[in-house]
Design a protein around this ligand. Structure first.
Ligand SMILES: Nc1ncnc2c1ncn2[C@@H]1O[C@H](COP(=O)(O)OP(=O)(O)OP(=O)(O)O)[C@@H](O)[C@H]1O
Length: 241
């Protein structure tokens, strides 16, 4: 479970990026985080993962405060950033072993997980190449693999499906469902309303750093015109801001 309590973030000289955000992300469900460009999604995710300091409020992951208890909090989540351009000077296999070392994954288990995941994502042939030479989608897949090999309880994914080919996107969506079905937390941001409609149990919609809606698609249909699609509700909510 992720608890975001009254969280605010300002960047110097800009309008407020995240504005008194309250959101409780439960276990056992896939939660989609939606909002127009610049709404505050990545800023929220960067505060959840301890990358950006929180100006006001608190965030806890399975009870661990991300600022006061950062080491414990950081052990239990995996994060896929919106731009996968990291560790470019490492070969794919060296990056995965680096993650395996950090999380103390025994060699044999590590080897099995790396083989399985990289075959599923069709990047097994490229593990000996430098990440610099990878396409955007391949970089995305090696980062996702790095997250999945340490089997974190909480998945925080910033636009994880962007740039993935249909088979890899399908594989990742299936894994997200399996993880939620095990009673774990899956939180991801997306611009793909169809994917969110198809995959998510609940959605959180923000704009200008403020939460506009949080609930299931059924709740949304009850609250708005029952025949409206997520796209129509999304446009209505975010246009009125
Ligand atoms: N490092 C930064 N310095 C200054 N302003 C920033 C910084 N990061 C984000 N912002 C501003 O904060 C606001 C929220 O940005 P954020 O990246 O969180 O939006 P987003 O919802 O993830 O957008 P997108 O869908 O385009 O990725 C924007 O106005 C953005 O310009």
């Amino acid at each position: 479970m992720i608890e975001i309590n009254n969280v605010t973030k300002d960047f110097a000289g800009k309008k407020r990026a995240v504005d008194q955000l309250n959101l409780t992300i439960p276990d056992g469900k896939i939660i989609g985080f939606l909002g127009p460009n610049g709404a505050g999604k990545s800023t929220t995710i960067k505060m959840m993962t301890g990358i950006l300091p929180i100006d006001q409020g608190t965030i806890s992951l399975n009870g661990f405060d991300i600022e006061k208890n950062a080491m414990d909090a950081k052990k239990i989540f995996g994060y896929v950033p919106d731009r996968p351009d990291m560790f470019l000077r490492l070969k794919g296999i060296d990056y995965l072993n680096f993650i395996g070392d950090i999380y103390n994954i025994p060699t044999e288990i590590r080897r099995k997980r790396i083989t399985k995941l990289t075959q599923l994502f069709s990047i097994d042939h490229a593990l000996g190449d430098y990440i610099q030479t990878y396409s955007h989608g391949m970089r995305q897949k090696i980062i996702v693999t790095g997250v999945l090999i340490h089997e974190p309880e909480i998945w925080i994914l910033d636009e994880p499906l962007t740039g993935l080919d249909p088979k890899s996107a399908y594989t990742l969506k299936e894994m997200m469902r399996e993880h939620a079905n095990k009673g774990k937390t899956v939180f991801f941001s997306s611009h793909g309303l169809e994917v969110v409609e198809q995959l998510c149990d609940e959605v959180a919609i923000i704009n200008n750093g403020k939460l506009l809606f949080y609930g299931s698609l059924d709740d949304m249909r009850k609250q708005y015109e029952s025949n409206q699609s997520l796209e129509q509700v999304f446009l209505e909510l975010t246009n009125n801001e």
